[in-house]
Design a protein around this ligand. Structure first.
Ligand code: CAA
Ligand code: NAI
Length: 247
């Protein structure tokens, strides 16, 4: 029970990596806020957690809105009285080559993946500072945020950007007892990668020294480690969980 008594928000927890992370956190004793704009999937994740006897609730949020993110934190505190862990996991892709990319595709990915991280971290941090008992913020970067990737101008910009936020906040908030780290997954089997052409996925699996794509649990366990006291001296780090993949 590595997160016993902790209250955690996981954004983008309706499916994929976020849903698995919410479940793993609940298994380890956390009260989990399943935050997503997909109400159907989000409620399903929260119900699955409650069926195990753990505590969870669904909050609908569009992370690209600062007001909505603030409401998410307020609802969390209203229900559970505090906030200890924020996992900024919600993310989208809109892949195409630079010359074909529209302004809308650029804006959409920046609004969710980069501005969304700012929007959620700001009210969460204000709450953690008010509590004066520290906290943990974890951000979803990517192997694409370390090396770039053909067809992902917008996405790569956000995932590099998230590393900048992580490094900056680790310096600003470390002295207040709030640790900030990022996870950089490789290619992981989720609805997000369902949209990637099979030949690209095969190439990625082959290029990975461990010879397979990632599983959501591989990433959820990394978030668990970073959220727990086992990582109490880890701050400003970008943990690659990619089987050794280099793009
Ligand atoms: N390297 C070099 N050139 C490439 C390339 C690559 N990997 N992929 C495509 N190209 C080139 C082609 O050779 C072609 O060149 P010419 O026009 O000179 O012949 C040109 O790009 C156009 O190719 P397509 O006709 O295939 O172009 P398209 O517009 O239909 O698709 C693409 C291009 C958007 C890049 C598409 O191949 C694609 O979706 N690729 C996958 C992108 C990807 O890996 N996304 C990951 C999503 S999951 C995720 O993001 C999670 C995470 O963090 C890992
Ligand atoms: P996914 O597409 O399966 O799930 C993303 C979730 O985010 C969905 O439930 C979706 O409804 C939610 N979401 C999207 N926009 C939102 C918004 N504006 N407000 C609230 N919720 C929103 O994605 P996956 O694969 O689980 O990825 C999770 C995170 O991990 C993303 O940030 C992604 O960029 C990152 N990542 C994923 C990798 C992969 O290969 N699957 C690799 C590296 C990073």
């Amino acid at each position: 029970m590595r997160l016993k008594g902790k209250v955690a928000i996981v954004t983008g927890a309706a499916q994929g990596i976020g849903a698995k992370t919410a479940k793993v956190f609940a298994e380890e004793g956390a009260k989990v806020v399943v935050a997503d704009y997909d109400a159907e999937g989000g409620k399903e994740t929260a119900e699955a957690i409650k069926d195990t006897g753990a505590e969870a609730m669904f909050v609908q949020v569009d992370v690209s809105s600062l007001d909505a993110a603030r409401d998410m934190v307020d609802e969390t505190v209203k229900e559970y009285g505090r906030l200890d862990i924020l996992v900024n996991n919600a993310g989208v892709t809109a892949d195409t080559l630079l010359t074909k990319m529209t302004e809308e595709q650029w804006d959409k990915v920046i609004d969710v993946n980069l501005k969304g991280v700012f929007n959620c971290a700001k009210p969460a941090t204000e709450q953690m500072l008010d509590q004066d008992s520290g906290g943990v913020i974890l951000n979803a970067s990517s192997v694409v945020g370390l090396y770039g990737n053909v067809g992902q101008t917008n996405y790569a910009a956000t995932k590099f950007g998230v590393i900048g936020l992580t490094k900056t906040w680790s310096k600003e908030l470390g002295p207040k007892g709030i640790r900030v780290n990022a996870v950089a997954p490789g290619f992981v089997e989720t609805p997000m990668t369902d949209a990637v052409p099979d030949k690209v996925l095969d190439k990625m699996a082959n290029q990975t020294p461990l010879k397979r794509l990632g599983d959501p649990e591989d990433i959820a366990k990394a978030y668990l480690y970073l959220a727990s006291d086992e990582a109490k001296y880890v701050n400003g780090e970008v943990l690659s969980v990619d089987g050794g993949l280099v793009l």
